[in-house]
Design a protein around this ligand. Structure first.
Ligand SMILES: *Cc1c(COP(=O)(O)O)cnc(C)c1O
Length: 420
């Protein structure tokens, strides 16, 4: 691609690994972002759920400000006074929804803080492999992990090795072995892929990047039964689905399933700093020993201060309840657009939806541009699908405004197509 095609006359110093919508944001508050020209936009993407609590939530900003005036980084070479409280409160929030260790009545999980989502997934993979060798007795170097088609778990070389999205994977080999890709949502295929080398099944409860794909209702319950019977860890990547988005703290709660290990990220940093974590069964995370894993920034004081404030918000149950209530409005509004033949499909749960537009009418990108022209921020995923994930703090009136603008954009695109 030429410089002209990339960014106009002036060559950009930025690597071209994104194709952002043409808007430059200067400030934001709650569900609204203001661009450099002073125009306000309703944010219906919320940083892919990193902004579940909106832009600059007062409690989260206050926690960050207070921490900036105390201590921001220690490295894990030393302790700091928020590390244990953060781990304890996150364990208390998530623990009841995790599987207890064998022989224990209640879950008593361990927390391992990292920074990005991909690092949390990498950590979960390492933990599962080591658990496989040390506890399950898998032959050295032979561990396998079952993953689903259409997955998105991040961008590292190991993680893209088991992606089936050519855009994410092509050109980055040699690929890390040890992963078995089976159709997402097909529990029989998962069962058939498991053998004595299998240490984990790693999947997203709802596939976000793939277009908010909700699996069949019996999928996760069956995964739980199958993995328990075969001594395989059930690892749920809740980086996008977790922390309120689906109306529950973990999406796995929707089916009453308690995984052995979860990865969390995105919203855990409150839209302020990158914070991720692996939370899992004590007997599983205990396979890690000093020196076997780490991160310079993982669990830093600023991250813990914000993460603690996020956990406090979720501990009230209010964000989850808001996602459920607003989700009813969102899905009713989107179904009406399907009924009026303005959309071809809608999927999702809670305040989270993937919508398909007729590819003859518009690409997802074109729809997002039409939304941007109407002051709404959303992002296409693949082809003619866009993802809607407004902040859980969005008012009902703003959500209805966003739905009205979506209807207007679609009506206009359909009319233009009909006009030729
Ligand atoms: C975003 C995402 C990741 C990767 O998180 P990063 O912070 O971008 O590394 C992993 N898994 C899922 C399900 C995600 O949505």
């Amino acid at each position: 691609m030429t410089h002209e095609a990339r960014g106009g006359a002036q060559a950009s110093a930025l690597a071209h690994n994104y194709a952002p919508l043409p808007v430059t944001i200067a400030s934001a508050e709650g569900s609204w972002a203001t661009d450099v020209t002073g125009r306000r936009h309703l944010d219906m993407l919320a940083g892919y759920s990193a902004l579940n609590f909106g832009h600059r939530h007062p409690a989260l900003v206050a926690a960050a400000h207070a921490q900036l005036d105390r201590v921001t980084l220690t490295s894990r070479a030393f302790g700091h006074d928020l590390l244990e409280p953060f781990a304890a409160r996150l364990a208390a929030l998530v623990g009841p929804h995790l599987s207890p260790s064998p022989g224990h009545a209640a879950s008593d999980p361990l927390v391992l803080p990292m920074n990005s989502g991909a690092e949390a997934v990498e950590t979960a993979i390492k933990v599962a492999r080591r658990w496989g060798y040390d506890v399950k007795g898998v032959a050295p170097g032979r561990a396998t992990i079952v993953v689903g088609t259409g997955n998105f778990h991040g961008r590292t070389t190991t993680i893209v090795s088991f992606s089936d999205d050519d855009d994410a994977r092509a050109g980055f080999g040699p690929y890390t072995p040890g992963f078995r890709l089976v159709p997402y949502g097909d529990a029989d295929a998962v069962e058939a892929a498991i053998d004595d080398t299998t240490v984990a099944v790693l999947m997203e409860p709802v596939q976000g990047e793939s277009g908010v794909v909700v699996p069949p209702d019996d999928f996760w319950p069956r995964l739980r039964t199958i993995t328990a019977a075969r001594d395989v860890l059930l690892v749920a990547d809740e980086i996008q689905s977790g922390l309120g988005r689906t109306g529950t703290t973990l999406a796995c709660e929707l089916w009453g399933v308690r995984p052995d290990v979860v990865t969390l990220g995105k919203a855990l940093g409150g839209g302020i700093v990158p914070v991720s974590a692996v939370v899992g069964r004590r007997d599983v995370l205990e396979v890690l020993t000093p020196g076997s894993h780490g991160s310079t920034f993982g669990g830093n004081p600023l991250a813990c201060a914000v993460g603690l404030a996020v956990v406090d918000l979720l501990a009230t149950g209010e964000p989850q309840a808001a996602a459920t209530e607003l989700g009813v409005v969102l899905h009713a509004g989107l179904r009406a657009l399907v009924d009026d033949a303005l959309l071809t499909g809608v999927r999702g749960v809670g305040l989270w939806a993937g919508v398909d537009v007729d590819p003859h009418v518009a690409t997802g990108r074109e729809l997002c541009e039409a939304l941007l022209a109407r002051g709404v921020l959303a992002k296409d995923t693949h082809g003619s699908t866009i993802r809607l994930a407004p902040p859980l703090t969005t008012s009902r009136a703003d959500l209805e405004l966003g739905l009205d603008r979506l209807r207007d954009a679609l009506t206009d695109l359909v009319a233009r197509r009909a006009a030729g």
